[in-house]
Structure formats: structure tokens, C-alpha cells
Design a protein around this ligand. Sequence first.
Ligand SMILES: Nc1nc2c(ncn2[C@@H]2O[C@H](COP(=O)(O)OP(=O)(O)OP(=O)(O)O)[C@@H](O)[C@H]2O)c(=O)[nH]1
Ligand SMILES: [Mg+2]
Length: 306
Amino acid sequence: MDIQSIKHGIGAGNSRALAKAISLVEDGAEEADELLASLDASRIDSSAVIGITGAPGAGKSTLTDKLVAVCRERGKKVGVIAIDPSSPISGGAIHGDRIRMMQHALDTEVVVRSMATRGRLGGLCAAAGAAARIMASAGCDPIIIETVGVGQSEMDIIRIADVTALVSAPGLGDDIQALKAGLLEVADLMVVNKADKPGAEMLAMELNEIARAKGRQVMMTVAAQGTGVPELFDAMREIFESKRSSGERDAQRTECRNMEVVDWGLEMLRPYLYAQSQKQDLETGGDPRIRAKRIVDSLLACGKDR
Ligand SMILES: Nc1nc2c(ncn2[C@@H]2O[C@H](COP(=O)(O)OP(=O)(O)OP(=O)(O)O)[C@@H](O)[C@H]2O)c(=O)[nH]1
Ligand SMILES: [Mg+2]
């Protein structure tokens, strides 16, 4: 598939062209720039990026799957980006996610992409941000970004997504304490999944106290049955629209773009830094931190001469 047909294919919403485009960007191909420059800004602007994050085993993948089903019932084309903290090869978590997505496997209006975080120099912003924009250009709205596990990737997701839901469930033990500390501060709404299990009401009440103080809502779902999922989708869409009209969404996206520039920049610099270090090692040696500073200083001095 040549670059012209990929560009044309994205505009026409062709899933194969879309997948190819994301691969070109991930592989750092020459044509990636031309492709990214040709994306549809108005589609990118109107498409909602939804983040699903939370405790391991809370039901994020099940919920994502059901959100996809709700979108499909409403005739929407959906993009899903699954963030995998493990390597692309071991891929244990992703395997399960893939299986759960099987019911949408033959649906060309559902585009699923998984992305590994391990081995990535910067955060997730670069890879996932570009993928989300390509999906949006191909007509996906919303784009759902789902994380696995707790860690740095969660904060990145919250940056990339316009609206983020923090998913918890009864019976997960101490995880909730960790959630309370950090992520509750930044998530747009909280979901108590597994509302069919004992302890769900109690958990919702606990979260409600925190949520009320922050002006956030707590919603209950039984993702396994799809209960509460259409309501959750509506609530997320509503938050998206209100953030869009208040300008908050634009401010968030601007911040995310800046982070993305940093990510890309670091990724592009990596081979140069490595090569310089190899050279330096033979000539001078010294402590790695000092060597790094020397390389960066000389790079910055070059920039000033221009
Ligand atoms: N009882 C009950 N079980 C559920 C519900 N939603 C999901 N589960 C089950 O909970 C388990 C974990 O669900 P996942 O969707 O894989 O959870 P996850 O948050 O994606 O898990 P990780 O990706 O490993 O962090 C699975 O066995 C689901 O079938 C629910 O609403 N009620
Ligand atoms: Mg999962």
C-alpha cells in the first residue's frame, strides 16, 4: 500500500489503511511525516478520546468491550487503544484483552490497537497520541484508551484522554487506597464495577464522599452484563462536551501535545546520544552523568550558533 492510498484510505475510513498508518508512525518511517501532516483536523477536534483506567482486575477490559458495543448500537465507528505494560512478546495481559474483543473482531467499524509501554523511552504520549489522531481522522469517535495495571501509564492516559474514568470494584483489597491517593485527584468520574458483588454499595459510598468534595460523580456498572454502561457512556460524552465548550478540553490537549513533542524529541535523540556516548567513551571516559551533560551542552551550543 503506497502512501497516497494510505492517505486516501484514512479519509475514506478504511481500517487497513488506518492500521498501516499507525505502523508507519510506530516504525519511524520516512512517510510518517507526510501522513501525519495530512490528517483531518476537524475530525480530530470533534472526536472524543476516552480513558479507562483503574485497579488490576477491576473489569476495565470488560467495560471497554461493552462501551464498544454501546457505540456500535448507536452507529459509531470506534477506536480502541489497549496499553500493555508488558513486552509485546510476552503479552499475557493483551492476550486476554484480545479474546474479550473477539465479538467485535469481524466488525470493520471497530479498530483495536495494542501498544507496549516497555522499552519506550518517553511516556505513552507520543505513540498513543499519534495513533488516536490517525483513528480520529479515519472517522473513529470515540477513541477508547484502556490501561492495564497501575503505574506511570495511568497518568499518561489521563493526559491523552479528554475524559477519564477510574474503574474500581469490590474485593480488590488495598488497591483502592492507592487509587484514593493519586488518581482520584485527576479522573473525571469514578466507576464502581462489579455492582453485582457484595461490598459494591459500600465502596460506592466511600468513593462518593471523595467524589462530592471534588465535584465528580460515581457511577455503578455490571460490565459483565452491560448494566449501567450506556449511562456511563452518556455521562462521559456529557463531560466531553462541557469541557469542550469551557475550553478545558483544548487546554488539556495543548498540554498533551507539548508532552508529545518532548516524547518524540527524546525518541529522535536517542540514537544520536548513544553514538556520541560511544565515541566519548573511547576518548575521555568519566562518570555517565557528566558525560551526558557534556553531550547535551555541546548540542545546545550548536543550536545557539545557528
Ligand atoms: N461479577 C462480575 N465480574 C466481572 C464484572 N466485570 C468483569 N468481571 C470479571 O472480572 C475479571 C476481570 O475483568 P477484566 O475486564 O479482565 O479486568 P481488567 O481490569 O481489564 O483486568 P486487567 O487488565 O488484568 O487489569 C474477569 O473475570 C471478568 O469476567 C462484573 O461486572 N461483575
Ligand atoms: Mg484488562
